[in-house]
Design a protein around this ligand. Structure first.
Ligand code: PMP
Length: 357
């Protein structure tokens, strides 16, 4: 029986990547040392670090006007680091509150002194839409923060809002899986554990012109400019996570890059949305224009039936379909690595379950 892992993160990784990790775990490139044992100062590491950076910029079609950082502290630490480093002129930021993680970004930014945080759009408490942004005044905000994909509620931006305010994006849950004009962002960040690597590394891609404006005197581990100067190795970086990220980036290039992933993710999501549209048992509450490609929540409306569905799905090899604890129900995460056949298997299972209930 094939097993499909629909977890929202940590999430499924490409089998060929895991096989390569296994094959070279005891002896990395003839060094007689494991990747888990090598120094972050060794050329073995600095070479793969440089390769990962180059692959990432290549996949995002960004020039070397951008710097790539591999940081720790998860996407959550970026809720603090982004304002500390970028809110330097107006000391005022705008956040589109389109879900739980955007609300967390608001909460963390509001802990900082000398910073005004304006929630400029609020899709709560249901978070089933992506409301249009109001016109934002020019030259009053250091940036506008968007969560491109809302992991828990299953909504996403399919077009970036037109605004003169520089954009910052939390791309954690559709990173390299949905196409955007990435050069419209001054900064992009993403926790790696959904699309790229095991938990423990966070990608930050930032315009070098913004790095030049980072204020003096930040604690060095929170200072993008200081981290960039040391190639993210101001302290010991997560070597293993960056190594896996580099292999997954190669895998993504071999698949045809972001455009190919986005096309395949659209095809996969359509299978489930088409089924949900005609289902009498399962419902997805999200406004059609705002539906995510990568996280699809659905419910039966009956908690006992949801629980029965989850138990039977698990027994059938369809794993980790439980919705986030804050919303309940089910959620299928269809990141880059989830194959089309996995989504078809889920759709067929849902159809059979519906027949019996
Ligand atoms: N932003 C989004 C959109 C997320 O989905 C998550 C995690 N699920 C986070 C931020 C927080 O990520 P981390 O656990 O890496 O701090």
């Amino acid at each position: 029986m094939p097993i499909y892992n629909f977890a929202a993160g940590p999430a499924v990784l490409p089998a060929p990547v895991l096989q390569q990790v296994q094959a070279e775990l005891l002896d990395y490139q003839g060094s007689h040392m494991s990747i888990l044992e090598i120094s972050h100062r060794s050329s073995l590491f600095t070479e793969l670090y440089a390769q990962a950076k180059e692959r990432l910029l290549n996949l995002l079609e960004l020039s070397d006007d951008y710097e790539v950082l591999f940081l720790q502290g998860g996407a959550t630490l970026q809720f603090t680091m982004v304002p500390l480093n970028l809110a330097v002129k107006h000391h005022r930021i705008a956040i589109a509150q389109t879900g739980h993680w955007a609300a967390r970004a608001v909460e963390e930014a509001r802990r900082l002194p000398d910073l005004t945080v304006d929630v400029v759009t609020d899709a709560g408490p249901d978070y089933t839409t992506i409301p249009a942004l109001p016109a934002l005044p020019k030259d009053q905000y250091d940036y506008l923060h968007l969560t491109t994909n809302n992991t828990i509620y299953g909504t996403a931006y399919h077009q970036l809002p037109a605004t003169s305010v520089p954009l910052v994006g939390d791309l954690s849950s559709n990173f390299l899986g949905q196409q955007y004009p990435f050069d419209q962002f001054d900064l992009i960040y993403a926790g790696a554990q959904k699309n790229l690597a095991p938990a423990g590394v966070t990608i930050v891609v930032v315009k070098k012109s913004r790095l030049a404006q980072v204020p003096a005197g930040l604690p060095s581990m929170l200072d993008y400019a200081a981290l960039a100067k040391k190639d993210s190795a101001l302290n010991t970086p997560p070597v293993f996570q960056i190594y896996v990220a580099n292999l997954v980036l190669k895998w993504l290039q071999d698949q045809g890059g972001v455009a190919a992933m986005a096309a395949e993710n659209t095809r996969k999501a359509q299978v489930l949305y088409d089924f949900l549209a005609q289902s009498r048992l399962f419902n997805n509450p999200v406004a059609p224009a705002a539906r995510s490609l990568t996280n699809i929540p659905f419910v039966t409306g009956d908690a006992a039936l949801d629980a029965a569905f989850l138990a039977e799905a698990t027994a059938a090899g369809l794993l980790n379909l439980k919705g986030h604890r804050s919303v309940g129900g089910m959620r299928a995460s269809l990141y880059n690595v989830m194959p089309y056949e996995g989504v078809v298997a889920l759709r067929d299972f849902m159809a059979t379950f519906e027949k019996h209930h």
